[in-house]
Design a binder for this molecule. Structure first.
Ligand code: PLP
Length: 381
């Protein structure tokens, strides 16, 4: 039985073309990009090209790209690096950020910062009225994600950035879950910094970037030889960076074709799920096209996921990164979803290779599992 993967928000498979681009740098092109000889110069050129590819995907100039070990590091670099430079005041982050934003933000409380969580509406959108209310207090940093990893809801980042700039705060957005799914334009969003990750766009794990405003120099998390404009020292992971660049170029080339095709497949799955009695989360808002978040009342999400796995389908309970945490999704609770419903949450996220047949087989499997679990519950009562 083939395994059908519907968990692309957790990670994506490496694209074959990305692997091909990386292989020479895992084999014969092993130079250190800081070396002045032929091997070093080849590595440096490859990094320069990747920087151009990533920059082009988000409409910035190549020097604005600071390569990191991934989205987690880029988010930490911005929040901690900005907090080192600015005088302590308030940091405002949405209540639905990934832990690699919310945890470093919360840690700033120990350094004299006031930490303010921005509330979200029932539809999963950061409440602009609460942004206005928060900015009444002197604020140094605002961070709001572009697309939520669980619901897929796209936030009004440009509108929030406009407010943050008017209040003289630095505006950051974690665009990890938006990249490759919708157009992401740093200039149009009007932010000071943006986080990206390679493994969510069919690139390798362990590569990402912080895009920074030309005028901003952050205190590095990792000091050393001064790599990446002094913002991230350490010998560059050339194969991973090359893979990130190749994945960025592929993403730029296919987004116009991919988004409507994937959205159609999502519509097909959601129609089927609703017919089976599922409730959808965030579906009234604009979302990235690949993500669906749902629950069946009275059915535990973990159990549903395990049963679907046995039938050969990979889906997730809320955020994969918090699977060790049995509490219901913080995102759903922030949206005002009752805990007993939030405990049923299942995240379904499509990728480039998924087909309508796979979606139909998935719906059959859900129908079968839900009927069985409902019977068991009824017998237990
Ligand atoms: N931000 C969001 C919204 C994410 O979904 C993730 C990963 O799940 C990350 C950041 C972390 O990125 P990385 O896995 O590259 O560290």
């Amino acid at each position: 039985m083939a395994f059908v993967y519907f968990d692309h928000n957790a990670t994506t498979p490496l694209d074959e073309r990305v692997l091909e681009a990386m292989l020479p740098f895992l084999r014969e092109q092993y130079g250190n990009a800081s070396s002045r000889h032929d091997l070093g110069i080849t590595a440096r050129r490859a990094i320069d090209q990747a920087r151009e590819q990533v920059a082009a995907l988000v409409n910035v100039r190549p020097p604005q790209v600071v390569f990191t070990s991934g989205g987690t590091e880029a988010n930490n670099l911005f929040i901690k690096g900005a907090a080192e430079i600015l005088k302590p005041s308030q940091i405002a982050v949405s209540a639905i950020e990934h832990p690699c934003v919310s945890k470093p933000a919360e840690a700033l409380a120990r350094k004299g910062w006031a930490v303010r969580k921005l509330s979200v509406t029932r539809d999963g959108k950061v409440d602009l009225n609460d942004v206005d209310a928060a900015l009444q207090t002197k604020t140094g940093i605002v961070s709001v994600m572009l697309a939520n990893n669980e619901t897929g809801v796209v936030q009004d980042v440009a509108a929030i950035a406009q407010r943050a700039r008017a209040a003289k705060a630095w505006m950051h957005t974690d665009a990890v879950q938006a990249l490759g799914k919708i157009a992401v334009d740093f200039e149009a969003l009007n932010v000071h910094a943006m986080t990206l990750s390679a493994h969510k766009i069919y690139g390798p794990k362990g590569a990402g970037a912080l895009i920074v405003d030309k005028r901003i120099e952050l205190t590095p998390l990792i000091a050393g030889g001064g790599h990446e404009h002094g913002m991230r020292s350490g010998t560059e992971n050339v194969p991973a960076i090359v893979g990130f660049g190749a994945a960025a170029e592929l993403a730029a080339g296919r987004i116009a074709e991919l988004a409507p095709r994937i959205e159609k497949l999502r519509g097909r799955v959601e129609q089927g799920l609703v017919r089976l009695g599922a409730v959808l989360f965030g579906a009234a808002s604009a979302r990235v096209p690949n993500t669906s978040y749902f629950a069946f009342k009275g059915i535990d999400g973990e159990t549903l996921i395990i049963e679907l796995d046995k039938l050969g389908f990979g889906v997730a309970a809320g955020a994969a990164c918090s699977s060790a945490n049995p509490e219901p999704s913080a995102t759903l609770l922030a949206m005002g979803v009752a805990p007993e419903i939030a405990r049923g949450a299942v995240r379904f996220s499509l990728g480039v290779a998924n087909t309508a047949n796979e979606v139909d087989d998935f719906l059959q499997a859900v129908k079968q599992v839900v009927a069985r679990l409902k019977n068991l519950t009824a017998m237990a009562v």
